[in-house]
Design a protein around this ligand. Structure first.
Ligand SMILES: *Cc1c(COP(=O)(O)O)cnc(C)c1O
Length: 365
C-alpha cells in the first residue's frame, strides 16, 4: 500500500541521543532546553526575529486570533480552498468568515476579488499559501493597508518556501506554520507563530501558558498550548535533514512530471516566478481528462494507492458552516471547479521512482 504521505523521521539512534538528556534533567515541558534550542534554530533558519512554538498549528492560529482581540462578529476574508482549521480557528474566537474565490493558477486567494468583499465589519484578511504556492502578497498588503486590515497568513504548507529570497514567515502581520507529522517539516505535532515585534511575542508566550507572565503575575485568561521537549527534540533532528528531504521531494515531483506533464486534461501547478518551493504536495487537476477525478481516485484505491481529494469539500460547503450567510460554494465558482477535479497524489521524500511510475501508469491506462 502507498499512502498519500509518510512522515519524515530521523534515525532512531539520532532521536534517542537527542532525548537522552531529558532523562538526566527530568524537564519534559514548560519551555525547557530543547524548546529553546529549536526556537533559536528556527529563528535563524527562517530569518525571523522571533517565533513562538506551539503544541500544534491549529492552537497557534487560535493564539493569533485570541491575542489580536478583534471585535466579536468582525468579518475575516478568507479562502474556502483550505484545510478547515484555517476558518475554525477564528470562528472559534467569535469572528465570521467571508469566503473569497481563488486564483485559477495558484489556488490561493484571488487578490483581485478581496476589495469587493470588504464591509464596515471587516477586520482582517486570512489567506493561505495553498500547497506551498505563495499568495499575491504584495497586492494583498496593498488592499489591507488601504482599508486598515490585519493580514494573518496560514503558512502551514509553506515552511521553508521563499519569495524573492524572503521567508514566507515574514509576510502580513503574522504567519503561522504547522509542524504536523504530515507536513514537510514535523515535530510530530507542532506549530509556530512568527513575529517581527518583541512586544507581541511576550503576550503570545504568556497566552499559551495560562496567561502567566511571572511567578506572581497572571495577566491574561490564557490556555495551554506549549510545545513539549519530545516534540522539540524531533524538530531539532528533522531540521538537520530538511535540505536533503526537500531535494528528494523535488526528484519525486520531477518523476511525476516526466510521466504526466503534457497529457491532455491533466494539469499541474505552474512553478511560480521568484519562488523557492518546498515540494510539499503534488496536486493534479483532471479537467477534460478521459476519466474523472473520482474515477481515478477509486482506481488508485483498488490498487492500494491512497490519494486525497484535498481540498474537497470546500470549507464553505461543510455542514458546520451551512447556517452562515456566506456559506455555499456557488459564490466561489473557481474554487468549486478546482475542488471537484483536484487530487493530491502520494508525495514524500522516500517515494521511489518505481512507485511513481506505477501510480502514473494506472492514471494513464
Ligand atoms: C495542517 C494545517 C493546519 C493545522 O495544523 P495542525 O498542526 O495540524 O494543527 C492549518 N491550516 C492548514 C492549511 C493546514 O494544512
Amino acid at each position: 500500500m502507498i499512502n498519500v504521505t509518510r512522515s519524515s523521521m530521523p534515525d532512531f539512534g539520532e532521536y534517542c541521543e537527542e532525548i537522552k538528556e531529558l532523562w538526566d534533567s527530568h524537564w519534559l515541558t514548560n519551555m525547557g532546553s530543547k524548546h529553546k534550542q529549536l526556537q533559536a534554530e528556527l529563528e535563524a533558519f527562517l530569518g525571523v526575529p522571533h517565533i513562538a512554538l506551539y503544541t500544534n498549528g491549529h492552537l497557534a492560529l487560535e493564539g493569533i486570533w485570541e491575542s489580536l482581540n478583534l471585535p466579536r462578529g468582525g468579518e475575516v476574508i478568507t479562502t474556502p480552498f483550505t484545510f478547515c482549521s484555517t476558518v475554525h480557528a477564528f470562528v472559534r474566537k467569535g469572528l465570521t468568515p467571508v469566503f473569497c474565490d481563488i486564483d485559477p493558477d495558484t489556488y490561493c486567494m484571488d487578490a483581485g476579488k478581496i476589495e469587493a468583499l470588504i464591509t464596515d465589519k471587516t477586520v482582517a484578511i486570512c489567506p493561505v499559501h495553498v500547497y506551498g504556492n505563495i499568495c499575491d502578497v504584495e497586492r494583498i498588503q496593498k488592499v489591507a493597508d488601504k482599508h486598515h486590515l490585519k493580514v494573518i497568513y496560514d503558512a502551514a504548507h509553506a515552511f521553508a518556501v521563499k519569495y524573492k529570497g524572503v521567508s514566507s514567515a515574514l509576510f502580513g502581520d503574522l504567519a503561522m506554520f504547522s509542524f504536523h507529522a504530515t507536513k514537510v517539516f514535523n515535530t510530530i505535532e507542532g506549530g509556530a507563530v512568527c513575529f517581527r515585534e518583541d512586544e507581541l511575542v511576550t503576550k503570545f508566550n504568556d497566552l499559551k501558558n495560562f496567561g502567566i507572565h511571572g511567578p506572581e503575575s497572571t495577566l491574561y485568561i490564557g490556555g495551554n498550548a506549549k510545545m513539549n521537549e519530545f516534540q522539540a527534540a524531533m524538530g531539532i533532528c528533522n531540521l538537520r535533514h530538511l535540505d536533503r528531504e526537500i531535494a528528494k521531494r523535488k526528484t519525486v515531483v520531477e518523476r511525476y512530471k516526466q510521466n504526466l506533464a503534457g497529457v491532455p486534461g491533466i494539469r499541474f501547478c505552474k512553478p511560480q516566478k521568484d519562488v523557492t518551493p518546498n515540494y510539499a504536495y503534488l496536486p493534479v487537476v483532471f479537467d477534460g481528462y478521459k476519466k474523472t477525478r473520482d474515477e481515478i481516485f477509486e482506481e488508485l484505491k483498488q490498487n492500494g494507492i491512497i490519494a486525497r481529494k484535498y481540498f474537497f469539500p470546500l470549507v464553505n460547503d461543510m455542514e458546520c458552516y451551512k447556517d452562515f450567510p456566506t456559506s455555499g460554494s456557488e459564490k466561489t465558482p473557481v474554487a468549486k471547479h478546482v475542488a471537484d477535479r483536484v487530487l493530491t497524489l502520494p508525495m514524500y521524500a522516500d517515494l521511489s521512482a518505481e512507485d511513481v511510475d506505477r501510480i502514473c501508469k494506472i492514471i494513464l491506462e
